[in-house]
Design a protein around this ligand. Structure first.
Ligand code: ADP
Ligand code: MG
Length: 308
């Protein structure tokens, strides 16, 4: 039995021509799957279409072509099954931090009594370190604090899938570390399925099971999918000591620095967007064998393994 939770097939997005300009095909023929409980990050240069993909997954934007199936149903609009954290915080400015969270919680559980709603909101407000600021409105909060309200709101509805658009970019390093750790804990405890955009390769290696590399736009593709072969109980304090860490990190940085552009100009002759290659730089460079489970991957778009 397949445990594919999200399936993206042949996704493309073209923005209509602005007056006097040409239409823009941001990405095309994007194919990937995410298994239940899997944490997948996507990295790629600014403007390649990551946020647009996330908005389509969230049901907030329509694709120009292709289909998104989540939990066996086609995504056709927004749903409380998906918790979204936007790049900008997208809070309701007239509501306090806690009421912004409560609004989502009440929508999710319309029959919950006030005490229950309050308890859920407070738990997530505390989790993101906003205890004491719950009654402030967005205008009275710093950028990082507003972002934390957005994170609390997405986590609090306990969605089937979390969609995170560079959620920690505006946070100071200390807070970012604390919330990354909490996210790892929540994911371990609830087997949360996550799609996350980040530009931080270290964050991707800490959090993700798979890291999708997107080539530069226009006409961007998923160039390859890097398997994070580091064991899942990763810790920011020790991760860099694992012999697999730097091979993976170097591979990601190398993609961002040069291969993302070259790929757009001239994709490899055997590249098939329906089956982006699955690569395991950590294993290859550390001299380890590819496990059978990867070679016999059940997920069709990830069938071809390249031991880079
Ligand atoms: P990323 O998140 O990877 O930085 P985006 O998905 O935000 O990229 O944007 C991809 C491209 O699509 C950019 O070139 C951006 O200018 C363009 N774009 C995004 N939204 C719109 C829109 N509503 N109308 C026209 N172009 C857009
Ligand atoms: Mg973006």
């Amino acid at each position: 039995m397949s445990n594919e939770f999200l399936k993206v097939e042949g996704l493309s997005k073209t923005f209509a021509a602005a007056r006097g300009g040409a239409a823009l095909t941001v990405f095309e023929n994007v194919n990937f799957t995410i298994n239940k409980g899997e944490f997948v990050c996507i990295i790629g240069h600014s403007g390649c279409g990551k946020s647009t993909i996330l908005n389509v997954l969230a049901g907030l934007d329509d694709a120009s072509g292709g289909v998104v199936i989540m939990d066996e149903r086609e995504v056709a609009g927004p749903s409380l099954d998906r918790g979204v954290v936007f790049q900008g915080h997208a809070l309701m400015p007239w509501l306090t931090a806690k009421k912004n969270v409560a609004f989502a919680v009440k929508s999710r559980w319309p029959h919950a009594d006030r005490a229950k709603v309050d308890e859920i909101c407070q738990r997530y407000i505390d989790l993101v370190g906003l205890t004491g600021s719950e009654n402030r409105r967005p205008a009275e909060l710093s950028g990082g604090m507003k972002q934390r309200v957005g994170i609390a709101r997405a986590f609090a509805i306990e969605p089937k899938m979390l969609l995170l658009d560079e959620p920690f970019g505006a946070l100071d390093a200390l807070t970012r570390g604390v919330i990354q750790d909490e996210l790892l804990k929540i994911c371990a405890a609830t087997h949360q399925t996550v799609f996350m955009i980040t530009h931080d390769v270290d964050e991707a290696i800490l959090l993700a099971d798979k890291i999708m590399l997107m080539s530069n736009g226009p006409g961007a593709h998923i160039a390859e999918i890097v398997v994070n072969t580091l064991p899942r109980n990763r810790s920011r304090h020790t991760i860099h000591k694992d012999p697999q860490y730097y091979p993976i990190r170097n591979h990601l940085v190398d993609f961002l620095v040069s291969r993302s552009k070259n790929f757009t100009e001239q994709p490899p002759a055997d590249y098939d967007p329906k089956h982006p290659p699955l690569v395991t730089p950590g294993l290859a460079d550390a001299g380890l064998a590819i496990p059978e489970s990867l070679l016999n991957s059940q997920t069709p778009p990830l069938a071809r393994v390249i031991n880079h």
